[in-house]
Structures are given as structure tokens and as C-alpha cells.
Design a protein around this ligand. Structure first.
Ligand SMILES: C[S@@+](CC[C@H](N)C(=O)[O-])C[C@H]1O[C@@H](n2cnc3c(N)ncnc32)[C@H](O)[C@@H]1O
Length: 463
């Protein structure tokens, strides 16, 4: 297998995420000042060359500055939460402050909706799911949960829906209404600005369409809202678009793990210098914080998963492991809110060596998902459509894949079979974010466990 350098980790934006690390950090609820400092530090070291990223980051910074400054804006013109006519970060009354700052804020921006509209795999899959299954829409009542710019609602109308309720929590609803009107679909599509949890409709619906998926499927927890809508507004026998979802795990080779370890070591060296200088110059000894600083930095460099665009040649297993399978027409919040004690098993390719003759090691686990548009038992789709976010030689969707770095890396010669437990749990401080925990042992293909390796366990945060 050739050595392939991992492609850029500067994917496109999703929710409160990576491409705009400044927004992300603020949204994590970490100390804003600390987060901003780190984000700026990382910005300068990681992403100076990707075209368009700097512009997006600047826009993100402006968004944050404006979001952070809402209080003073309220004072500036006397109108509650309205600063200017393009002030799209205005918080609607039915969204609580934390959820707005952590999650909804960015969706109010056209530049952010554009990131999603530019994802060709996403667009083609949803477009095909609707237009190739026009029978599922013709003459039907449709609910689009989280309509954003209105694109899914408009496709439903173009496929012949009798009525489409397009619900959007943020100010983007105002823009969606204009877009729907400009496309001559206002007689069918009704844009309603509210959280779908607060929605009141005059009738039940035949179809719910929504693009709710976050990184590694579950991040953002938006499916909670879709479930509320399904259970309240869907007619018996109605169909969810998409209707099924699956999550996958594999192991990859990557040069990022060593890089991250080096960055960690560098950061600890800089800290030691800083502690010595602070003592020499100001007579204050901070060395009692050495352990705390190391924990903090280790978590940042090694225990946070990262967006990545994996080339298929990086995969070290012939087949990914299916961690979860959801029937979205039937599943409950308990099914989707967490994955607990999932027994996983990955079999690594053996006797792989790189160009330099070294054994190829697994530097990360990688996770991704796909969703399928198959309709429901009562209303199956004529043409089943799939949207996958699997590693692709042509490049990733804006969801990319999540890499969970493993340090020290796993050597197949220590046992090519990696088996253990996988958990994915919501974070206490922010229910839209998740942590992943994996505990595993290594065995030979014949089932002989390598006791000298013992059991390894790592927790990662998906940020
Ligand atoms: C991933 S975007 C998809 C936008 C659009 N449907 C598309 O496919 O381009 C999700 C949208 O759902 C909205 N949203 C999320 N949770 C919502 C809720 N509980 N009620 C209403 N809108 C919501 C967000 O503001 C965002 O605009």
C-alpha cells in the first residue's frame, strides 16, 4: 500500500464547527478568552494556505464579535436584539441563550447555508431522493424540519407536494421566504419561523424531510427535534426522508498522530520555559500547575477527534465495522441519544510495510456514517437513494470523517484483531456535543490474545 499523506483537515463548516474554530471554541462553553487565544494560535499554524478559509474565518470572527456584542447592540438602537437590518444573529425568543450561542447562531448566516448548499454529494442525494421518488411527494403534505435556505422544501414543492411547511428557527427563515417567493413557490411552501418543538400546524403531514446530520451522524443532536416533529405531526404510515442511518468504524494510517504528539511536546517545552521565566522575572512559581497544564494540553492534542478527509488507501481494514443502524421511521430518542457498550471488532491488514520498510501502524480510528432514503413500510420509495460520507478518493463531503487519534499507534504485529467496547455519550455541559470512549485488546486472527499489550482505553471529545 502506498503512503498517502492525509489531505487537508480544513473541511467545510457544519453547525458550530471546525472551519470556524473561533466560533467553535466560543460555542464549547470553554472560557471565551482562553478559547479565542488558542483558536487564533491554531489558526496561524494550521490553515494559512487553503483558499477561501481565511475569508470564512474572518467572517466567523465577525459573527462571533457581533454575537458577543449583542447586549451593547440592544442599547445602540433601543430595539430588543436588533442591531441593523443585516443583523442575522438576532436571537429568536423561543431559543434559549446557551443553545443560540452554542448552536443556532451560525445557521442564521447565508455564508454558512452556502457551505451546505455547495456540498455536491449532499445536494445530489437529497435532490435525487425527492425527484426520483416524486410519487412520495405528489399531492402530499410535507414538513421540512430546519429548512435553512428552503432548498428541500422547494424540491418537495417542485415534485408536486400539495403543501410544504418549512420550519426554521433562525432568522434564515426570513431569507428562505424571499427565496421561495423568488422561485414562484409561495403558494405551496409556507415558511414558519420557530423551533419545530413549538410548531403548531392545522394538519398532520405525510412526509418529513430534514437534513439534521452532524459530524459522525449524531453531533448537534438535531435528530431530537426531528423526532419531536415526527411523533407529533406525522400521519400513521408517513415516511421520513432520510429513513435509515448507519455509523461505521475503521482504523487508518495517518501522519497526524505523530505530528500531534510533537505539538504536545513542543507546547509542554514552551510551558517549562514560561514557568522558569515567570519565576525569574516575577518571583512567582507556577510549577505546581505542571500536571494540570499537561492534562489540559494532552486533552487538546490527543483526546479531541478531528475532521479529516481520508483517502481510501489510508484504510487498514478490508471492511468497516457497523457500529449502529437506525430505522428513522421508528427509532426513539433513547435509541439515538447514545451508543453504549457496543462490541466492536476490526481486523487490520497484516505485513504491511511503508516505502521505508517500516510496519504500517494504525494511528487513528476513523468514524463516518451514511443515510438512506427508502421511505417507510407503508410508503416505500420506488428508487432508494443513499448519501454516504465514507472515505472517497474524490474528496470528502462537508461532514468529512472523524479521526480518533491513538498514541502510541497500534502495530498489527502485536495482534491484528482489535476488539473491545465502544461508547458514544452526550457531554454533560452541552447536550449537542459527544464524547467517544473505546476500550480494546489485541489478538491474533486465530484468537490468541496479546496479554503483554493489556487493555487499552481512550476517551475523545468530538468538538
Ligand atoms: C443542517 S441545516 C439544513 C438546512 C437546509 N435544510 C438544507 O438542507 O440546506 C439545519 C437547519 O435546521 C435548523 N434547525 C435546527 N434545529 C431546529 C429546530 N429545533 N427547529 C427549527 N429549525 C431548526 C438550523 O437553524 C439550520 O438552518
Amino acid at each position: 500500500m502506498d503512503d498517502v499523506d492525509e489531505r487537508s483537515t480544513n473541511g467545510d463548516a457544519r453547525g458550530t464547527t471546525h472551519e470556524t474554530e473561533i466560533k467553535t471554541n466560543v460555542s464549547r462553553g470553554i472560557s471565551r478568552v482562553r478559547a479565542l487565544g488558542r483558536a487564533i494560535a491554531r489558526t496561524t499554524t494550521t490553515t494559512t494556505t487553503t483558499p477561501g478559509v481565511r475569508e470564512k474565518r474572518e467572517a466567523a470572527t465577525r459573527a462571533i464579535e457581533r454575537a458577543m456584542d449583542l447586549d451593547s447592540m440592544e442599547l445602540s438602537d433601543g430595539r430588543d436584539g436588533v442591531a441593523s437590518k443585516d443583523m442575522v444573529v438576532t436571537k429568536p425568543k423561543d431559543i434559549d441563550d446557551a443553545d443560540f450561542a452554542n448552536y443556532f447562531c451560525t445557521y442564521g448566516y447565508l455564508y454558512h447555508q452556502k457551505d451546505m448548499l455547495e456540498d455536491q454529494s449532499r445536494m445530489t442525494a437529497y435532490h435525487n431522493a425527492v425527484r426520483l421518488n416524486a410519487d412520495s411527494f405528489r399531492g402530499k403534505v410535507v414538513l421540512d424540519v430546519g429548512t435553512g435556505s428552503g432548498v428541500l422544501a422547494m424540491w418537495a414543492a417542485q415534485a408536486g407536494a400539495k403543501k410544504v411547511y418549512a420550519v426554521e428557527a433562525t432568522h434564515m427563515a426570513v431569507q428562505a421566504r424571499k427565496i421561495v417567493e423568488a422561485n414562484g413557490l409561495s403558494d405551496v411552501v409556507e415558511v414558519i419561523q420557530c423551533k419545530v418543538e413549538e410548531l403548531e400546524l392545522p394538519e398532520k403531514v405525510d412526509v418529513i424531510i430534514s437534513e439534521w446530520m452532524g459530524y459522525f451522524l449524531l453531533r448537534e443532536s438535531m435528530f431530537d427535534s426531528v423526532l419531536v416533529a415526527r411523533d407529533k405531526w406525522m400521519k400513521p404510515g408517513g415516511a421520513m426522508f432520510p429513513s435509515h442511518a448507519k455509523m461505521y468504524l475503521s482504523a487508518i494510517k495517518t501522519n497526524k498522530t505523530e505530528q500531534k504528539k510533537q505539538e504536545l511536546d513542543e507546547s509542554l517545552n514552551v510551558w517549562d520555559e514560561f514557568v522558569a521565566n515567570t519565576s525569574n522575572n516575577y518571583g512567582i512559581d507556577l510549577s505546581c500547575m505542571n500536571g494540570e497544564f499537561e492534562d489540559e494540553q494532552r486533552e487538546h492534542y490527543l483526546n479531541c477527534s478531528a475532521w479529516c478527509d481520508i483517502h481510501p488507501t489510508q484504510l487498514l481494514c478490508a471492511k468497516p465495522f457497523t457500529l449502529a443502524s437506525f430505522d428513522l421511521n421508528k427509532c426513539t430518542k433513547a435509541d439515538i441519544a447514545m451508543l453504549r457498550d457496543v462490541d466492536f471488532k476490526l481486523t487490520l491488514f497484516e505485513r504491511n510495510s511503508s516505502a521505508s520498510g517500516e510496519e504500517v501502524r494504525a494511528g487513528a480510528f476513523a468514524g463516518w456514517f451514511d443515510v438512506t432514503f427508502a421511505g417507510s413500510e407503508a410508503n416505500p420509495c420506488e428508487n432508494v437513494v443513499e448519501l454516504t460520507t465514507a472515505p472517497d478518493a474524490n474528496g470528502a463531503t462537508h461532514w468529512g470523517q472523524q479521526a480518533f487519534y491513538i498514541h502510541p499507534e497500534i502495530r498489527p504485529s502485536d495482534g491484528a484483531v482489535i476488539a473491545g467496547k465502544f461508547d458514544m455519550l452526550r457531554r454533560k455541559e452541552n447536550q449537542r456535543l459527544y464524547s467517544v470512549r473505546m476500550n480494546w485488546t489485541q489478538s491474533t486472527k486465530e484468537g490468541k490474545r496479546n496479554d503483554s499489550m493489556g487493555q487499552r482505553g481512550i476517551v475523545w471529545h468530538i468538538e
